[in-house]
Design a protein around this ligand. Sequence first.
Ligand code: 5GP
Ligand code: ZN
Length: 115
Amino acid sequence: MLNDNCIFCKIIKGEIPSTKIYEDDDMLIIKDLNPQAKIHYLLLPKEHYANILEMTEEQSVKLAKCIKKLSTMVDELGLEEGFRLISNKGKYGCQSVEHLHIHILGGNQLADKMC
Ligand code: 5GP
Ligand code: ZN
């Protein structure tokens, strides 16, 4: 189920343009508009839920499948030297879009401390 007021749902529906890296029935991987590393992609589940607290069992199974698929695409995505996956949640996590997403960062050496 998608949400009419959600920017990532609009991207999934094609109502807002994005640079698509990969798409299947369960997810879209796009380039982040404001990259924080040489490679900065966003993995968007195609169902709208805000974060892992709102995720159903079924959605968690789909998300695990998406991450497994991502693991098979590491070389073609240019992430063979390593990468970082981040999913921000809530105020302290600085989440700005309330549709669960996983940041995929890599392509260069990342800072060794998160904060
Ligand atoms: P958050 O801050 O919620 O963890 O991450 C949201 C991310 O979405 C940010 O890194 C931001 O740059 C990205 N973003 C926001 N709006 C758009 C958009 O319209 N297109 C794309 N490709 N990325 C977006
Ligand atoms: Zn959404």
